[in-house]
Design a protein around this ligand. Structure first.
Ligand code: AVJ
Length: 322
């Protein structure tokens, strides 16, 4: 509902910023971390020693590529490999390369909201693994997932790597998995990376690096609001604050205002006041265990086919079917 004080929004980003910053407590969605600067910062995060997730998943894929290839279809079943939010495809390329070298029949269909990211990915695959048939699909996961259902014939395998589902609260994750379930047929597979509960210090360090890369990443949402909505956030007046609850497995990121601040957001015609030490919640990064994953899968009507893990069970790739 719109009253005379709410401006007309020109994007969901604007609408969600308005709603999040006029709510109590304040919040902003981590999906808005990612513009060109944010993408670059996330690349830097993946390269940090503290951010263990990327290396663990890379090694799990590398170690198990033969078994994964067999599971996806081997030399008998032709399949389409879809990927949600492929990024630079560094991890996926391990599989793509192995599939090509072993004459496995498949095509690769990365899905991303950013056409620019897809173009870069396609170009790099054409250069590094030219034998891969690539078809990029631009759009949001959910809309595109629905479109996936229109692709008939071949078996569908959906990749969702990097513990990206961890940005969702459990009820949202169940909705997400239900959407996945609705976009696959019997015999199709969903291959998903989910970071596991572990030493809480290890988790905390991954989201609180001393070099300040994660801090810059978290604050990039304010930088975007400054740039795109004519706001005047002073990034230095916020602390990057990370907490991890080892009971629930939820890591939460905040921006904490170090002093009283009056902020103007021009295109929203909005003025907000932050008290000293007031928080803006920006992200959750959920850590899982088998019980949580089994519960989520069950609620979404999915079955766990198998799982792959590192030797210390710090990260897992689960395979689901309908
Ligand atoms: C891309 C959502 C998996 O939550 O671990 C990295 C994003 N945030 N450092 C994560 C992120 C802070 C990342 N995901």
């Amino acid at each position: 509902m719109q009253n005379k004080n709410t401006p007309t929004f020109t994007s969901t980003f604007e609408q969600e910023v308005y709603e999040g910053l006029t709510a109590f407590p304040k919040h902003l969605s981590s999906k808005y971390f990612y513009d060109e600067v944010g993408d670059k910062l996330f690349q830097d995060i993946m390269a940090m020693p503290e951010y263990y997730l990327t290396d663990l998943e890379f090694n799990i894929l590398d170690k198990n590529k033969a078994e994964i290839a067999e599971l996806f279809g081997g030399n008998n079943t032709e399949f389409s490999l879809f990927e949600l939010g492929a990024g630079d495809g560094k991890k996926t390329k391990i599989l793509l390369r192995y599939f090509v070298e072993n004459q496995i029949s498949f095509d690769y269909r990365p899905i991303d909201i950013s056409q620019n990211a897809l173009d870069k990915l396609e170009e790099s695959i054409k250069e590094e693994i030219p034998d891969v048939k690539v078809n990029t699909l631009q759009g949001t996961y959910f809309d595109t997932l629905r479109d996936i259902d229109k692709v008939n014939g071949k078996r569908k395998v959906i990749l969702f790597l990097g513990s990206n589902m961890g940005n969702l609260l459990h009820p949202q994750a169940v909705e997400f998995l239900k959407n996945m379930r609705d976009s696959v047929n019997a015999g199709d597979l969903i291959f998903m990376g989910l970071d596991q509960k572990k030493n809480p210090q290890t988790v905390l360090d991954a989201y609180n690096d001393k070099t300040g890369i994660t801090e810059a990443f978290n604050k990039n949402i304010l930088a975007r609001i400054n740039k795109e909505m004519g706001a005047n956030f002073d990034l230095d007046k916020f602390l990057h604050w990370e907490v991890y609850d080892p009971e629930t497995g939820t890591a939460k990121s905040y921006l904490v205002s170090k002093e009283v601040q009056n902020i103007r957001i021009e295109s929203l015609e909005l003025k907000i006041r932050l008290k000293a030490w007031e928080t803006i919640h920006t992200e959750i990064s959920q850590k899982y265990d088998d019980e949580i994953v089994e519960w989520l899968a069950e609620k979404a009507g999915l079955k766990i086919v198998t799982q792959f893990s590192d030797s210390k069970q710090q990260y897992k790739n689960y395979v689901f079917k309908k």
